[in-house]
Design a binder for this molecule. Structure first.
Ligand SMILES: Nc1ncnc2c1ncn2[C@@H]1O[C@H](COP(=O)(O)OP(=O)(O)OP(=O)(O)O)[C@@H](O)[C@H]1O
Length: 322
């Protein structure tokens, strides 16, 4: 059967040509040397990373860094100038695309269509038989706690519930990979938990899951790996622990009698913040925490001396301002 492209609101999809789990060969989703320009603007420059099967990957970066462009190219609705996207080792073509579950940043639902009918329509577009589509809609609307709204028009739902419908739309065809553009934005804490649980469930099924977000505390909490994008390139990638250990060591010192400037004499040490006898010090590669402790003790009593690693938010600031 020849794939047929269908415009669905702002969501484009195609009719099925075959089934099969393409992410199961251990290679997952590969973004390989992808570049994209919009006129004079370089949106992506050699963007490269992978999302393994069963991995929850957080895609973070400043506004305009290139996250949405990467995701659109991964889905195949936008063409790259160079590079390739593969799923399970296979370049993303029309057939592979229908195995992707995509949640676009600008949500793409028909406002006046009923929730249940809309989801069933989408599931059928992705190749499910009518009865299977209805069963999938029942399962996902139940799971996402919107089953009581299936006969309501999408526009009558709150924005958060519309977002749950949008997630259901990405899931009803049991995709081999999930690509979600800011799925958590605007959700209340309960909805955040529901969304996190669903993503974790898909991960446990071996699905590669990538989502973009500006909620770094959430990304730090739930993701297996994180990629920080700066100006269209992957600037840092790894587990949060790996990124934190690659960052500078910080030490919080509580020495109430220490005068301003007490850190200046310690080689490789830099004051990040100083308030009420508490000093946050960053140690460079040549910094020595014992020399810092000795300097603190010379000022008087030291009530606490704690080594800490930067949070993802601090790392993010460091990476984007480098
Ligand atoms: N259709 C377009 N025409 C021209 N420039 C575009 C277009 N879409 C994106 N850009 C530019 O490409 C760059 C990357 O944009 P993109 O939307 O991918 O970033 P983002 O990381 O998703 O940002 P945000 O966090 O704000 O959603 C930006 O400089 C943006 O202005």
């Amino acid at each position: 059967m020849r794939p047929l492209w269908v415009r669905y609101g702002r969501f484009t999809t195609c009719t099925p040509t075959f089934g099969g789990a393409m992410a199961e060969d251990g290679r997952g989703l590969e973004i390989d040397g992808v570049s994209k320009r919009y006129g004079e603007v370089t949106a992506l420059a050699d963007m490269t990373f992978t999302v393994a099967p069963g991995e929850l990957f957080g895609f973070v970066g400043s506004n305009g860094a290139g996250k949405t462009t990467t995701m659109r190219i991964a889905l195949g609705v936008l063409a790259a100038d160079a590079g390739e996207v593969r799923l399970g080792g296979r370049p993303v073509d029309l057939e592979v695309r229908r195995r992707i579950g995509y949640m676009p940043e600008e949500r793409g639902l028909y406002p006046k269509m009923k929730v249940g009918a809309q989801l069933a329509y989408l599931a059928e577009l992705h190749g499910l038989m009518r009865a299977d589509a209805r069963a999938a809609v029942a399962r996902w609307t139940e799971r996402l706690d919107i089953a009581h709204r299936v006969d309501d028009a999408v526009e009558s739902l709150s924005l958060g519930n519309q977002q749950r419908v949008q997630l259901a739309a990405a899931l009803v065809h049991d995709p081999d990979v999930l690509v979600l553009d800011e799925p958590f934005s605007g959700l209340d804490p309960v909805a955040v938990d529901v969304m996190s649980d669903v993503l974790a469930e898909k991960r446990s099924e071996g699905v590669p899951v990538i989502f973009s977000s500006h909620q770094l505390d959430l990304v730090e909490r739930i993701c297996d790996r994180v990629g920080i994008v700066v100006a269209g390139r992957m600037s840092a990638v790894g587990t949060v622990e790996e990124l934190r250990h690659a960052g500078a060591v910080q030490v919080e010192v509580h020495a109430p009698q220490a005068p301003p400037g007490w850190v200046d004499a310690v080689p490789g040490a830099r004051v990040v913040q100083e308030t009420d006898g508490r000093t946050l010090v960053e140690l460079g590669p040549d910094g020595d925490d014992q020399a810092l402790l000795a300097a603190a003790l010379r000022t008087g009593p030291v009530h606490s001396f704690t080594r800490r690693r930067p949070s993802l938010t601090e790392l993010f600031r460091e990476v984007v301002s480098a």
